[in-house]
Ligand binder design. Structure first.
Ligand code: FES
Ligand code: MG
Length: 592
């Protein structure tokens, strides 16, 4: 360990042992001793380590952190630190209305104030459920005190009658069985709950597994930490190791800005493709990057990630679940396979254990080549995203790897123009109208239509709804048309496998071109040039824009809470990470 900091350099000294201000020191110390801490503990030059606690009864995915925090504390104390737990605003993906993604920035703001305004020298970020990971990494980036992330871990594998049932993914299957009359209401509930057999976050490769794996790929978690299932003994042991390590990181002054460099983000983008990560990842990683002062945009995702193969065979794209992923070697095995093939761009990027990621993972390889494939025998070749542009938006993400053979044959079959097709737009202003009208024959939807969802971006919904992948009308389903092309300014659940064009920015409610689209317009999707355009005459397009502006722009519903209102006033587009305008002006605030 290279010790860069002495006890007198700790920022907590300003509160608890400030020789220039003995009166304020006494006042700060006075209340922290009232539950049994001693002056000796507060004033002996021990680093004070925050444990940013995301677990609570409201947040079942992360609730186990309340237990694991005890082992984190043991680790901190063993190394001479003093732990103080910090409650984080709850973010529960499945419980928060209208959507949990609205609260990512609220939790971020709250944690920034806690880390900055209180005597904290270093912090353990307890991560897990979807947005908890980006919220905490964003806060650590802004404050820039030594920080280490610690996952709660996925749930155990779910099983139903001997078959794996994955969280999120099973709901789609249960709906089909229910619709076909193969299971009743009771059977539906039984099947769905079988996918959540223990404490922990979603056991599929949805947004949670994606973001926890990316936190490790970025170098912000100890190697091997992300994939350990929540109830395993190794989870508690990793909690202890994490608590020990953060104390050393404070003495070494190893900060988020030292770890989350441009190189680390490039590694994470490559890892995301190999993992088969969620389309929510660019939103969250771009946000973290902006708060640590690294330039990162959706063009980087396409340039660095598109041609990377998919190695991880996890539901919904594959067969397995979280326990299998851990036993096959987890994130270090995926990184190890990428390293062997020379695909990890920056093996030298430093991680929280003070060592380069390449050194941490070079001895690691898949321990089950069906669960984690090798680069020579991948699940799929180019598994990353495309960043599409055109007159409907400046940026939208498409996971081209999930375009099925059937879909490709139907839409990309013109020999003269094999990567493009044109369709007739059917436009929905929000999921409620979609559900009400999709089966109405008056809409005249056929297999040459493109379904468009708008009003569902960060401002429209607010926070952005996961609603862009839309099912065809039932009369087309019966004809065997199982998917239509979809475009929208909302998001898509990480557990869905549909090739939609998502996260369109700017959204309709922020003046994006989607707001001008009308039923029946022709839309051209061209994957070769990376463009999506409404084939509408320019003068007509301008006239529509003028008319809409005269009407006050695309309507947004009224906010139902103060935070929704502030969020709508301040949120930037998905392509910019949906960060709060102005928040990225504040950089490395703890050292100022
Ligand atoms: Fe919390 Fe999936 S709902 S991790
Ligand atoms: Mg989700």
């Amino acid at each position: 360990m290279t010790q860069r900091k002495r006890p007198e350099d700790l920022r907590s000294k300003l509160w608890f042992s400030n020789p220039d201000d003995p009166e304020m020191t006494a006042l700060y110390v006075e209340r922290y001793v009232n539950y049994g801490l001693t002056r000796e503990e507060l004033q002996s030059g021990r680093p004070i380590i925050g444990i940013a606690q995301t677990g609570s009864d409201l947040s079942p995915c992360n609730r186990h952190h309340m237990e694991l925090a005890k082992r984190i504390r043991d680790g901190i104390i063993a190394k001479g630190g003093l732990p103080l737990e910090i409650p984080v605003h709850p973010i529960q993906e499945t419980g928060k209305r209208p959507t949990a993604s609205l609260d990512r920035n609220l939790a971020y703001l709250g944690l920034v104030e806690a880390l900055y305004g209180y005597p904290i020298d270093g912090v353990v970020l307890t991560i897990g459920c979807d947005k908890t990971t980006p919220a905490l990494l964003m806060a650590a980036a802004t404050v820039d005190i030594p920080a280490i992330a610690f996952s709660v871990g996925p749930m155990l594998n779910g099983y139903f009658r001997g078959e794996r049932t994955g969280s999120g993914t099973i709901v789609w299957k249960a709906r089909e069985l229910h619709a076909e009359g193969k299971i009743d209401d009771e059977g539906f509930a039984e099947l769905v709950t079988s996918s959540a057999p223990s404490v922990g976050y979603c056991n599929t490769m949805g947004t949670a597994t994606t973001m926890n794996s990316l936190a490790e790929s970025l170098g912000m978690q100890l190697p091997g930490s992300a994939a350990i299932p929540a109830p395993y003994r190794e989870r508690g042991q990793m909690a202890h190791a994490t608590g020990m390590r953060i104390v050393d990181m404070v003495w070494e002054d190893l900060k988020p800005s030292d770890i989350m460099t441009r190189e680390a983000f490039e590694n994470a983008i490559v890892a995301n493709s190999a993992l088969g990560g969620s389309t929510n990842a660019p939103i969250h990683l771009n946000a973290v990057a902006r708060h640590v002062g690294v330039k990162l945009d959706n063009d980087d995702w396409q340039a660095l990630g598109h041609d990377i193969p998919l190695l991880t065979n996890l539901q919904p794209a594959g067969a397995y679940l979280g326990e299998d992923f851990h036993r096959a070697g987890g994130v270090p095995a995926v990184i190890g396979e990428l390293l062997k093939a020379g695909l990890l761009p920056h093996p030298d990027a430093i991680t929280v254990n003070g060592k380069p990621i390449g050194e941490n993972c070079k001895e690691r390889a898949s321990e089950n080549e069906d669960v984690i494939r090798t680069v020579a025998a991948p699940m799929m070749k180019s598994a990353g995203f495309m960043n599409l542009k055109g007159n409907l938006f400046d940026s939208a993400i498409m996971k081209t790897s999930v375009i099925s053979e059937e879909f490709r044959k139907r839409y990309f079959s013109n020999p003269d123009d094999p990567e493009a097709f044109e369709g007739r737009a059917i436009v929905f202003d929000g999921p409620e109208i979609f559900h009400k009208t999709i089966d109405n024959p008056d809409l005249d939807i056929d297999e040459n239509c493109i379904l468009v969802m708008r009003g569902t971006g960060p401002l429209g919904y607010p926070g952005g709804a996961e609603v862009v992948n839309m099912r065809p009308p039932s009369y087309l389903l019966k004809k065997g048309i199982s998917a239509l092309p979809c475009i929208g300014d909302g998001r898509q659940s990480g557990t869905s496998g549909s090739p939609s064009i998502l996260n369109a920015s700017p959204e309709a409610a922020a003046g994006g071109g989607l707001a001008l689209l009308q039923n029946g317009d022709r839309v051209r999707i061209d994957l070769k040039s990376g463009r999506v355009d409404a084939l509408v005459d320019e003068s007509e397009w301008a006239a529509r824009a003028e008319k809409l502006a005269g009407e006050g722009g695309y309507p947004t519903p009224e906010s139902q809470s103060p935070w929704q209102k502030y969020f709508r006033e301040l949120a930037e587009p998905f392509s910019e990470g949906m960060v709060l305008r102005g928040s990225t002006d504040f950089q490395k605030i703890a050292s100022k």
